[in-house]
Design a protein around this ligand. Structure first.
Ligand SMILES: Nc1nc2c(ncn2[C@@H]2O[C@H](COP(=O)(O)OP(=O)(O)OP(=O)(O)O)[C@@H](O)[C@H]2O)c(=O)[nH]1
Length: 301
């Protein structure tokens, strides 16, 4: 029986995993392979699932990390994807807080040994965030290093935000941490697809599980009941604490007919106008955040 290939997309919150997934799905479509997606989101609702075409089988794993709290759910979802869809390849997008080895462990269960072929871990690194990582909490810094250490392919993403000197420095630092990995600089996670297909998973001798300090990440969903003021929202963003790592979801300004998809990662906001109605939910992910205070501020918009 032909085995289903599995790739794990790893990388911190907002680094460019969903952007990479969309890129990979385009290539797979062009090659006519049957693809399925497993999407793990830290929050209780998924925004990224909307980014995947409806004709691609997709299972969501919400409200925790496949590497720890919802490992059992992963097995169940994998099994149903294999039985119902019989895909050629499965892409598993992990939460930005996931430890790659723990995730791989869940997939390498003996139950799936003759069904799945683990192709490798692609780690997406936000270049700017990497350079500024010392500003993050120790557990985030440790996680970033672990994600790099265990990637088989490392994408230094958002290279449009980096100088030549910064690109060289990050490349050197990542290669020093993980000399076996294929490392490349990318914009919007565009990678040489054929190189990915030729990837063969190397099980390095030192792929030991490191006990990393537990990240104190938490998430919060705010459902807007109405449209909001663009000026007030801008002022709200300016006052956001540094420990908010990620925001995504839909907001609608007073003057607009349709909502905007709002993305915020590592201090960088981005908006894209939708052309249809969407549920006005905004998902926040952060460390040590007073969500009650956040809710009060959002109520004022
Ligand atoms: N400037 C720039 N922005 C990028 C690049 N790649 C991705 N982005 C933007 O970064 C934001 C986060 O990208 P995503 O692909 O959603 O990141 P993610 O890792 O899936 O995020 P989570 O699922 O929340 O962990 C989006 O607004 C992207 O458009 C890039 O190369 N350059």
């Amino acid at each position: 029986m032909k085995k289903t290939e599995v790739y794990i997309l790893s990388g911190f919150l907002g680094s460019g995993k969903t952007t990479l997934l969309k890129e990979l799905l385009l290539h797979e479509k062009a090659e006519g392979r049957k693809v399925a997606v497993l999407m793990n989101e830290f929050g209780d609702i998924s925004i990224d699932s909307n980014e995947v075409d409806e004709d691609i089988p997709l299972k969501e794993l919400l409200g925790g990390c496949v590497c720890c709290t919802i490992q059992d759910k992963l097995e169940g979802q994998l099994q149903s994807l294999l039985i119902e869809e019989k895909p050629d390849v499965i892409y598993l997008e992990t939460t930005g807080a996931a430890h790659p080895v723990e995730t791989m462990d869940s997939i390498l269960s003996p139950y799936f040994a003759d069904r799945l072929c683990m192709k490798g871990i692609i780690t997406v690194v936000d270049g700017k965030l990497w350079l500024d990582r010392k500003k993050m909490s120790p557990s985030v810094q440790q996680l970033l290093i672990e994600q790099v250490r265990h990637g088989n392919m490392l994408l230094i993403n958002k290279q449009d935000q980096l100088t030549e000197e910064e690109k060289a420095r990050i490349t050197f630092e990542l290669q020093s941490i993980n000399p076996q990995a294929f490392t490349l600089l990318t914009s919007y996670s565009k990678l040489p697809f054929q190189r990915l297909k030729g990837m063969v998973m190397q099980f390095a001798n030192d792929t030991v599980k490191t006990t990393i300090q537990t990240l104190q990440l938490s998430s919060f969903v705010y459902p807007f009941q109405h449209t909001i003021s663009a000026e007030k929202f801008e002022a709200f963003l300016k006052e956001l604490p540094d420990t908010i790592y990620r925001i995504k979801g839909y907001i609608q300004f007073h003057q607009n007919k349709y909502p905007d998809l709002f993305q915020y990662s590592y201090g960088m906001p981005l908006m894209m106008r939708e052309d249809m109605k969407m549920p006005l939910n905004l998902v926040f992910i952060g460390e040590d955040v007073n969500w009650k205070e956040m809710k009060d501020k959002l109520d004022m918009l």
